[in-house]
Design a protein around this ligand. Structure first.
Ligand code: SF4
Length: 718
């Protein structure tokens, strides 16, 4: 038997396959981290269809983060100014159940909130939904995916009648034109980019267009880089549509047979002629025309996007406007074509499947839909009406709920909102007002632990068995290959024990996570994400499997037989009531907070190649720390000259909400009028260098995703 365990990288949504072996197997000597802990050996899994053996620096060094600064025991304190003291799990569970019951009966179930994470395995997500939305009757479960890809979810639902990225990674190597907008794929989804770049280099007729205000490593590889002004994405997309229409590059057969609402869309794009669009976006008419020509003349166009599109006050409109281009040119449901959102986190997709946002229920169901609620209530054995018809509080609503006293208990798990939320000063003040905060995480300290009354030690990747789904809908089993440290427990086990202690004994009578998953997939039966043919056992035998994979297809898979469905909508029928995909007609509204004379620059935020989110893991890996030793602000030389700023000079950056300090990096890689700051540094890692001290909470009205990507700032030399 091989000493290697097959699993999935727990960082980004690319979902690369990994193989892990115990420390003693490393060159017959034990490799140790800086705290003396043995390091497990990790390598890419060549048999994993998504990544084919490739890994980036995060995946390659994951093992170095496993043992450092772990939270080992439950700990509590009565108030935030006290020290934590160690308690037993029994005491911790008693305390949680008493607090839940008190809040339930004094303020009602809607005062109970859980803020979870795309780091959860699907089993963790599912049990949390059953506990909160089912047994307790509170839809206040939201995940950090709200900050990441909820605009993609809303866009897919509105355009296609259901969530679900329609494409697969194989499309990267089958397309004629890759259109990347609002995504620095080379740094944020490196293995997806490796696949695309290799193919692009080998096939010079294949075009790559990158739309980004920064000249990122992704843009460097493009045939055409459109460095648009932040907030002009819809202008650009409608401008491309205008030219496709003018040059008759549209697929009228597809539009007539498979879509609705085209005339409203055609009326909108009439107002986006190239001279207006080029001026608005800050690009040349020639470049705009080249982009439209690449689109129009390609047989297969693949769009890729991530946070640059989603984290916007018009995020859903942007997603739908990308999809519109595919609908007007018939670029969907075939190899090498389609609108493909790249998920940020390793299992944000599994969260969507399990109903892990405040408006969702398991199996791609909606809280607002009467039939969907009834189906879930029946399945869970609850009385009709137990699940509230109202969507719960979103991530930002929980912050405002703390401000106005609506939140009586906040349970945060596997995420670090004291760094990642917008408008951090306001966020931290709200967290200080929380009557009772449970913080469940693998690591200690983190920035958010400072706001907790009760700390619960969580088992993490490699210490619990469960599944994760990556951006191409591929489900991979992630088995436990080591013991959790000391008293750490799997997230789902903690939620289930609380459920049992609240009296829901049979509802949470699971012996292991395989049983949890087996129950969950039954709720996907006949849904767009049907996974009834997938189980832990099946994944062990056949390996990673894409959904839809209904029970009838059990036995079909990469190892076991022919896979019939790699893409969605190959029959050109959509999940809307009439089976047609819907055009969305949107005029551009621009930024929620545009620059003005007081705050004349646009700040955009983003990620770096080596770091992951708030550095809870990657901040503990020496190689990555030396790769990205400190935060910085990118400023165009023209702006730097006006402000009299020199390279490496520390500058003060102010917005209407807060300030932060960064060394300046003067570079033509950013457009004039815009500055860029990476979002990874919280208070633990740097003094006053938090990107989100500056950002605001204005959100997309449909997806309720905050506009973390842009705000107005002033930059002052000090
Ligand atoms: Fe992990 Fe993403 Fe890197 Fe793959 S690309 S190794 S999933 S961080």
């Amino acid at each position: 038997m091989s000493e290697f365990t097959k699993t999935l990288c727990p960082y980004c949504g690319v979902g690369c396959g990994l193989e892990v072996s115990p420390p003693a197997q490393f060159n017959k000597a034990i490799n140790r981290d800086s705290q003396g802990n043995p390091i497990w050996r990790v390598r890419g899994d060549k048999a994993h269809p998504s990544s084919q053996g490739m890994v980036c620096v995060k995946g390659a060094t994951i093992a170095e983060s496993l043992d450092k600064n772990r939270l080992h025991y439950p700990m509590m304190r009565d108030s935030l100014d006290q020290e934590f003291r160690r308690i037993s799990w029994d005491e911790a569970f008693d305390l949680i159940t008493k607090r839940i019951q008190t809040v339930r009966f004094t303020q009602g179930p809607e005062a109970i909130c859980m803020y979870g994470s795309g780091q959860f395995q699907t089993e963790d997500y599912y049990i949390a939904q059953k506990l909160l939305k089912g047994c307790l009757g509170s839809n206040n479960f939201d995940a950090n995916s709200r900050l990441c890809m909820s605009s993609a979810v809303a866009g897919y639902i509105q355009s296609f009648g259901s969530d679900g990225p329609p494409c697969c990674y194989e499309d990267l190597e089958l397309t004629d034109c890759a259109f990347l907008i609002g995504t620095n794929t080379a740094e944020c989804h490196p293995i997806v980019f490796n696949r695309l770049e290799k193919y692009h280099k080998k096939n010079r007729k294949v075009k790559m267009i990158v739309v980004d205000p920064r000249r990122t490593p992704t843009a460097e590889a493009a045939d055409l880089h459109l460095a648009i002004r932040p907030g002009t994405d819809i202008d650009l997309l409608n401008g491309i549509a205008h030219l496709l229409m003018r040059w008759n590059y549209i697929d009228t057969g597809f539009i007539d047979d498979c879509t609705s609402n085209f005339s409203a869309y055609a009326e909108v794009i009439r107002h986006y002629p190239p001279e207006v669009v080029a001026r608005q976006c800050g690009i040349s008419i020639e470049d705009l025309e080249t982009a439209a020509r690449y689109w129009g003349q390609s047989q297969r166009v693949l769009s890729l996007w991530s946070m640059g599109v989603n984290q916007s006050s018009e995020g859903t409109a942007k997603v739908r406007t990308i999809i519109n281009l595919h609908l007007m040119t018939g670029q969907i449901g075939k190899p090498g074509a389609g609108p493909f959102s790249l998920t940020g986190q390793p299992n944000a997709m599994g969260g969507r499947e399990a109903g892990g946002l405040a408006h969702l229920l398991p199996g791609y169901r909606l809280v607002k839909n009467d039939q969907h609620r009834a189906e879930v209530e029946d399945f869970w054995g609850l009385k009709r009406g137990q699940i509230s018809p109202n969507p719960g509080l979103t991530a930002w609503d929980m912050i405002t709920g703390l401000e106005n006293g609506a939140v009586g208990l906040l349970w945060i798990a596997a995420t670090n909102p004291a760094v990642s939320m917008p408008d951090l000063e306001r966020t931290k003040k709200a967290l200080l007002r929380s009557p009772f905060t449970i913080y469940q995480d693998a690591y200690y300290p983190t920035e958010t632990a400072a706001y907790a009354h009760l700390l619960l030690p969580a088992a993490q990747w490699g210490e619990k068995t469960g599944v994760m789904t990556n951006s191409e809908r591929r489900v991979t089993l992630c088995p436990a290959f080591r013991q959790p440290p000391r008293e750490a427990k799997a997230d789902w086990e903690i939620f289930a024990e609380v459920g049992r202690r609240l009296g829901f004994v049979k509802e949470f009578a699971f012996a292991n996570s395989g049983e949890v998953y087996a129950e969950f997939v039954q709720l996907t039966r006949n849904r767009p994400c049907d996974m009834t043919g997938i189980s832990h056992e099946q994944l062990k035998i056949q390996g990673p499997t894409q959904w839809p994979h209904p029970q009838e297809s059990r036995g079909a898979g990469e190892a076991g037989g022919e896979i019939k469905t790699k893409r969605l909508y190959t029959d050109l029928r959509f999940h809307t009531s009439d089976g047609r995909a819907r055009f969305g007609a949107y005029y551009s509204r621009g930024l929620a907070e545009p620059p003005d004379p007081d705050y004349p620059l646009v700040l955009t935020t983003g990620r770096l190649y080596g770091h992951w989110h708030t550095q809870t893991r990657t901040g503990r890996v020496e190689k990555i720390r030396s790769m990205h030793p400190q935060p910085f602000i990118e400023i165009h030389p023209r702006d730097a000259a006006v402000l009299k700023i020199t390279d490496n000079q520390v500058v003060e950056v102010r917005s209407r909400r807060g300030k932060a300090f960064f060394p300046a990096k003067i570079t033509k890689a950013i457009v004039p009028g815009t500055v860029f700051v990476p979002m990874h540094w919280g208070a633990l890692w740097a003094n006053n260098a938090e990107a989100n001290a500056l950002t605001h909470s204005e959100s997309c009205p449909d997806s309720l995703q905050p506009e973390l990507k842009a705000c107005a700032v002033q930059v002052l030399p000090i």
